[in-house]
Ligand binder design. Sequence first.
Ligand SMILES: [Zn+2]
Length: 482
Amino acid sequence: MTRSDAGMRTGNSPSRRTVLGAGTMLAAAASTGGAVAQDSAGPDLLGQIKSARRLLFKGGIVLTMDRQTGDFADADILVENGTIREVRPEIDTTDAVVIDAKGRILLPGFVDTHSHSYQGLLRGTLPNGVVLPDYDRDIQKNITQHYTAQDAYNGVLITALGMLDLGTTTMIDISQVAHTREHVDANLQALRDSGMRSLFALARGIGPQAQYPQVMKELLPSYFSSSDQLITPALATSTDAETFKSARELGVRSVLHTRLNSEPLLALSRAGLLREGDVFIHCTHLNEQAWRVIKDTGGRTSHSPSVEMAMGHGYPAIQDAINAGVRPSLSCDHCATVGQDMFGMMRTTFNLQRLAVQQRQRGGDTNAPSLLTCREVLEFATREGARCAGLDHKVGTLTPGKEADLLMLRADDLNIWPLNNAVSTVVNLMNPGHIDAVFVRGKPRKWGGRLVDVDAPKIRSEVARSRDNVLQKADFKIDLMA
Ligand SMILES: [Zn+2]
């Protein structure tokens, strides 16, 4: 039995998830000799959803994450050509494919603002690793250089599909595998083939054929000539003036790691090179002056609390960002040591911040900051993520006019029932196993608990072959049981 056998879970109410719009119902009835009942994961309904011009999500618990639009205990979402048209109770329409969302929480897809996606091949290869020396020595200075373009494709694809499966619909991909133009093309092709939304930040590749940042000059008029697509461009820079000048000349945002030292960032500020929308990753050891610069220049920050705590990047700077008036976004960084599950990232953030605040209170600190709420954490994982990626005009909230990147979460599972608070349920009670469906720009990428249009056996074998290739060349041994 699949997780999507709605009839098994909810009794025999006639096909709750398959209530069709009048026109569609007639067509379905005609094609099935009058029967319209279908399994929620059945190919007929999924086929209709895939090709529908209009979709109506009916009767869901809607967390729009948009304060103006508000949230709804029971509302419908009308999507037309991938764009959200209306969010309100009782939308009547006769020409939409209807998805029964009763017992489902609808919310914006998660946004992961820092991923080295080519490393999808390396899941779990550093089970107990730290950033220095393990990650630096084994992945950055050794394994990465051995990637072929095909390996880059397979690594990025498996990461993107994994993220979609886990409810992440947008990522910032910091490509550090741009060794040749073919590698760059392969990276972009994998993002495109996955159907995920991304900000592609070109980083410096390894070897004599790496064309950083020149290759971005070629990509802008070819890959990125239209802003009406799922992939948008950025430049991954260092904290030096030269790479920042390149980003400014190219007219794209800069995405960079900054961790141990505030001075380079302050120098960039003095040189007038920072721009609104630049993305600062980790930020674990920045001083107050550097935080003020980020705030004043309109910078965004990305925090990877699990990796930062487990691998020694430093104390996650969630509170530093909040103190500086910068709303943080969340990210998983890479999968060599921790998973890329945004439910886990939200929970880590919630627990860490509240532990720190309450320790201060216990120590007699009467100026301790406020405790983070579940809603704030959910904002970090959705709205603030979209803002960090420069995509908040398109996604991040379920606001009419935005593109329909959304999750349908099963809120009636026995392991979280009864439902008493939707936000808390998502942040602290749910896990990726509650994801029923994932949509990107109105297209189903996951339906009935399964990825859509993915040839898993083929992908498994190609990813394993690439994994073997890079690890063999790197002479890096893995131990299944260590
Ligand atoms: Zn990183």
